[in-house]
Write a protein that binds this ligand. Structure first.
Ligand code: PLP
Length: 381
């Protein structure tokens, strides 16, 4: 019987300290671990290869994601890159056309050397995905909800299509975290995420994770993580485990506040369009209800105005902080075209529906009425 995820997140690693019976697992900063016998491999040997806190965090996230195991890396990008190491030279990789800007930058850079062939597709369009999979493909990387437009891709349908075509499916689960979505339950082979965001939630560390459905594929990722030296540091693992303890509560409260703010924005004539999967008019609303346990903490808005107007509005915000990132306890505002998605070409942004004046909000844990008050004042010219 699987444990309730709230229990799993709280109990992970507790009462494991044999030296002092510390309740909270202590942080182990040592680079090296002493052997009793040179010929016997100890549980921990050298800190790049593994450290106890990183292992505890990996096991906890794997349990929440319903995975056979997980590899915790030093960033979300390192986690995505880890998926690419064993692909054959020149492998085709299909990716959601509105994926995170850094993901596109990585795939494009690998593509320039011929290492991979990245192909960008609107993964909410099943026919477009089928056409793209007609050519031999090694991996499909889907981001749902996509960021910043919050489009919802059908994970069950995409995993069936990918597997029929002989491709593996990886899902970037950063925006929702395992508290709100578990891609492996819908047939995905990998769930990757930036631990930096909702999972840690306190905006004080950078990390990533690859969760694997098939235990047989785990050893290879562990091998590459050690070989390339991309495992997470002990202190970052410690912070992320502490953040994970309250993930379920934070995610629930942030979803509730985001729903309240999205409804307020939708009713305001100064806003031309609101992207939020929780709104009944959102094209992915029914799918999100089926596939997710909440609608998430992100809202994107299009003002009824010009580019300069969007810049002015975010600069007038007093409670929201104008900064990159998402998922933390603090609310942030961002103009993707100028900030998070600036690495994309203008053409790629336009294909993905990211206008120069789109504003993305990440809703934190402040009082909903005060966040609405801040938006209301900032929207007054
Ligand atoms: C931030 C982010 C990443 C990259 O994670 P880092 O921890 O910053 O390396 C990948 N995917 C999505 C959706 C993200 O938001």
């Amino acid at each position: 019987m699987a444990r309730d995820p709230r229990t799993a997140a709280i109990r992970a690693g507790l009462n494991t300290d044999a030296t002092w019976n510390a309740v909270i697992p202590p942080i182990s900063l040592s680079t090296a671990y002493r052997r009793e016998d040179p010929a016997v491999q100890p549980a921990f040997d050298y800190a790049r290869t593994g450290n106890p806190g990183r292992s505890t965090l990996a096991a906890a996230i794997a349990e929440l994601e319903h995975a056979a195991g997980a590899v915790v890396t030093c960033s979300g990008m390192a986690a995505i890159d880890l998926l690419l190491h064993d692909l054959p030279f020149g492998a085709r990789v299909i990716c959601s056309h509105d994926a995170y800007g850094g993901t596109r930058r990585l795939l494009d850079a690998r593509g320039r050397g011929g290492r991979l062939i990245p192909v960008y597709v609107d993964t909410t369009d099943i026919d477009a995905v089928s056409r793209a999979l007609a050519e031999p493909t090694a991996l499909m990387l889907v981001e749902t909800p996509s960021n910043p437009r919050l489009r919802i891709s059908d994970l069950r349908a995409l995993s069936n299509l990918a597997h029929e075509a002989g491709a593996e499916l990886a899902v970037d689960n950063t925006v929702l975290s395992p508290a709100l979505q578990r891609p492996l339950d819908w047939g995905a082979d990998y769930s990757v995420q930036s631990v930096t965001k909702l999972l840690n939630g306190h905006s004080d560390m950078v990390g990533g994770v690859v969760c694997v459905a098939d235990a047989g594929k785990l050893a290879n990722l562990v091998w590459w993580s050690n070989c390339a030296g991309v495992g997470a540091a002990a202190f970052d693992s410690y912070l992320a485990l502490r953040g994970l303890r309250t993930l379920a509560l934070r995610a629930k409260a942030q979803c509730e506040t985001a729903a309240e703010i999205a409804a307020w924005l939708e009713a305001d004539p100064r806003i031309a369009a609101v992207d939020f999967p929780g709104l009944p008019g959102h094209p992915g609303h029914e799918l999100a209800k089926r596939q997710q346990d909440g609608f998430g903490q992100l809202i994107s808005i299009q003002l009824a105005g010009s580019v300069a107007n969007a810049r002015d509005v975010v600069q007038r915000l007093k409670l929201f902080t104008l900064a990159q990132s998402l998922g933390g306890v603090e609310s942030l505002a961002n103009i993707p075209a100028l900030m998070t998605h600036a690495a994309m070409t203008p053409q790629a942004r336009s294909d993905a529906g990211i206008s120069d004046s789109l504003i993305r909000l990440s809703i934190g844990l402040e009082a909903p009425a005060e966040l609405i008050g801040d938006l209301d004042s900032a929207l007054v010219p």
